[in-house]
Design a protein around this ligand. Structure first.
Ligand SMILES: Nc1ncnc2c1ncn2[C@@H]1O[C@H](COP(=O)(O)OP(=O)(O)OP(=O)(O)O)[C@@H](O)[C@H]1O
Length: 358
């Protein structure tokens, strides 16, 4: 069953005396019941606007939003069965945290006081904020406020859960535990959810599918593996992956290879017409140091705890090649190494359009 569908959804902001901003151009996505979709993209690409339209906090310029098959665009926010945890918390300052959590339940009716107390205590326990229940928002750190906002969104058991950068104010340790907890709660409760983030690690680890956005449009929609292993274009390839993918311009030789320079030819997974200008995408972890491959000169090597990062220079190639090395590898500047990469792991993009060639 499709729980949430966005059909040709658009938003143009118009202001007097200001140029119109096409924040969301035309988005089509269908979420299955219980699915968690990550909206990932750089600042300003339209993620929050999309979320705000679904929540009913922003009017739509065109298109439709359906929950359980019924359009909700004409409904005010409070009549949509949507739980939101926005980055700016929106907690009520005069109320205690327990009251903040219980407020939505009480406002909707159908829940007695004892039942509200029970659910508040249970959710606080799950999110690890029991000791904060008697405090007021002003006394909380930003990380604590974020956990409260999350608990408040989850407690109402809505049809759809919207999470806007839900982990952004947490420190690294809190982020790890809250991330695991969030995934578990979302799985257990079966919420259909959208998570907005510019943090690719968060999207890759939490989402069932990811929509990578740019300038108000979805560039690619797929599982984390599809997005990572088969990026649809140069933008997605470059945006997803840490350290970033190597992007090397070259020319196809028509015989299953791409020339990066007079002396460097890289075998690619399929034949491309001779002379076509392409860009090769090679992930740093897909390059192996071995004794048989192409020669490269070491420009720098940074040994890290669990791996290392080498920057190599290929003969006649202007762009450096960044490579992830094993933890035991020690390289010095100007060393010569040999490298190979499995052709199946080399991505080829059209230099003009940026689209993947498959
Ligand atoms: N109320 C508004 N009036 C005019 N333009 C707006 C308004 N809100 C957002 N925009 C513009 O719409 C575009 C999309 O903004 P949006 O906040 O949706 O992006 P985002 O991907 O969520 O970015 P961020 O990660 O920085 O929050 C941006 O160009 C932004 O400047």
């Amino acid at each position: 069953m499709t729980e949430l569908a966005l059909r040709a959804l658009r938003k143009t902001y118009t202001g007097r005396g200001r140029a119109a901003v096409e924040a969301v151009r035309s988005i089509d996505v269908e979420l299955r019941s219980g699915e968690l979709l990550g909206l990932l993209g750089p600042s300003g690409c339209g993620k929050s606007t999309t979320l705000r339209m679904i929540a009913g906090l922003e009017t739509v310029t065109g298109g439709d939003i359906l929950i359980g098959g019924s359009s909700v665009v004409a409904l005010p926010a409070r009549q949509r069965s949507i739980g939101v945890a926005f980055e700016n918390y929106a907690l009520y300052p005069p109320l205690t945290i327990a009251e903040n959590l219980g407020f939505g339940l009480a406002a909707r009716g159908g829940c007695g006081r004892a039942e509200i107390r029970r659910r508040v205590a249970e959710m606080a326990e799950r999110i690890g904020i029991t000791e904060l229940l008697d405090a007021r928002p002003a006394g909380l750190s930003s990380g604590q406020k974020q956990r409260v906002a999350l608990a408040r969104a989850l407690i109402r058991v809505p049809d759809v859960l919207l999470l806007d950068e839900p982990l952004s104010h947490l420190d690294a340790a809190q982020r790890d535990t809250t991330r695991r907890e969030l995934k578990r709660i979302q799985r257990d409760s079966g919420h259909t959810a959208i998570l907005v983030t510019h943090d690719q690690e968060e999207a890759l680890s939490l989402a069932d599918r990811i929509a990578v956005m740019r300038d108000g449009e979805i560039q690619q929609l797929g599982t984390p593996e599809e997005i990572y292993d088969c990026p649809a274009n140069l933008f997605v390839a470059d945006f997803v992956g840490e350290p970033a993918i190597n992007l090397l311009p070259g020319t196809a030789d028509g015989a299953g290879g791409v020339r990066l320079s007079d002396s460097v030819r890289v075998p690619v997974p399929h034949r491309i017409a001779a002379g076509r200008a392409v860009v090769l995408g090679i992930r740093p972890e897909d390059v192996c140091l071995d004794d048989t491959g192409a020669r490269a000169r070491v420009a720098a090597h940074e040994p890290l705890l669990e791996s290392g990062i080498a920057t190599l220079s290929l003969d006649g190639v202007a762009e450096p090649l960044v490579v992830v090395t094993g933890p035991e590898v020690r390289l010095d500047r100007d060393d010569t190494v040999r490298i190979t990469a499995d052709p199946q792991h080399i991505h080829v993009f059209d230099a003009q359009t940026g689209d993947a060639l498959r």
